[in-house]
Design a protein around this ligand. Structure first.
Ligand code: F1P
Length: 306
């Protein structure tokens, strides 16, 4: 058993626990102009949250890799997401903003520098991980932020209970490439799913906003490749993908999960965050089927300290 498998399986409980922190001080107030920053996985969670917060009318929200934060812009608050609390680009930015823009860090480890430098911190230590590859810390952060936006995380956690045990829609022997798609807040989830496949399994995976996929990337679609859409699927896209010979995967599509069993019949599609859990499991299977250790991917460390 790898650590990451157990960490993936524990997500439903972690999300419930994270949701209990929805009123934690330091989370963005309604109407604040907010920037959310992170690196790698944490950046993708920032992107997902930023799109969701703005869509729900809570205020203008941008997301940046910490290294690319536009330092001339003014925000009411900067939220930094960092599991380790040690990532250099995040610490540099927090130091630059200290004494000026209010900052909040969401971290798994408040003994590390990020929590000391930021004005306020929200600590998800129960979601910390042994695996280098992030799964539950990232999704628990998003669960916390979604709960803070007033979303019901219990039904999302219930979807995750399904996601941790259902048959996988993509088999390593039958897929040489996956492109993940999303719309709005699920673009960040698609990007995270693709990163999981690259990180954990050194597997060729890409991600795009679903409406942009036809503007070039669809050229990659072919037999033995898959296109996996999170959330809303643009009209006709599934048929266009299937016409290329690629597998189209969606938690509600006939060629995707629904073909694998009756669990899907009659129920709403999985919450996209639960769909990400399925993609995490695929990434781990892609790794182990090649004899790779998904807890310790080559060239990667828990955080990048420069
Ligand atoms: C960010 C991060 C991870 C990535 C890798 C290197 O870490 O980019 O997302 O998987 O392990 O570090 P953190 O700032 O969230 O600790």
């Amino acid at each position: 058993m790898t650590y990451v498998k157990a960490e993936i399986a524990s997500q439903p409980e972690c999300w419930r626990q994270a949701a209990k922190l929805a009123d934690a001080p330091g989370l963005p107030q309604r109407g604040e102009r907010v920037a959310v920053v992170g690196c790698g996985t944490s950046w993708f969670m920032a992107k997902a949250y930023a799109a969701l917060r703005e869509q729900k009318g809570h205020g203008e929200t941008d997301a940046f890799q910490a290294s690319e934060f536009p330092r001339r812009r003014r925000y009411d608050r900067v939220v930094a997401i960092t599991r380790s609390g040690t990532t250099t680009e995040v610490l540099d930015l927090l130091n630059d903003l200290a004494g000026g823009t209010p900052t909040t860090v969401i971290t798994a480890d408040d003994a590390q520098p990020a929590a000391r430098i930021a004005d306020q911190s929200v600590v998800l230590d129960f979601a910390d991980e042994e695996s280098v590859v992030q799964t539950r810390f990232a999704t628990s952060t998003l669960a916390l932020l979604r709960a803070h936006l007033g979303e019901d995380m219990e039904s999302v956690a219930a979807d995750a209970e399904v996601a941790v045990r259902l048959p996988l829609p993509v088999h390593p022997a039958l897929a040489e490439q996956i492109t993940f798609l999303g719309r709005g807040w699920t673009v960040g989830l698609a990007e995270e799913a693709a990163l999981k496949c690259r990180e954990a399994a050194a597997f060729w995976a890409e991600a795009y906003p679903a409406m942009d996929y036809r503007h070039g990337p669809i050229s990659i679609a072919a037999p033995r490749r898959a296109v996996w859409a999170f959330g809303e699927v643009p009209t006709d896209l599934a048929d266009e993908v299937e016409a290329t010979g690629a597998l189209f995967v969606h938690s509600r599509h006939h060629g995707g999960y629904a073909a694998l069993g009756s669990w899907c019949g009659g129920r709403a599609p999985l919450d996209p965050m639960a769909d990400l859990v399925v993609a995490q499991r695929v990434a781990v299977l892609l790794a182990t089927s090649q004899g790779l250790d998904p807890d310790h991917p080559r060239n990667l460390t828990r955080s990048v300290v420069l």
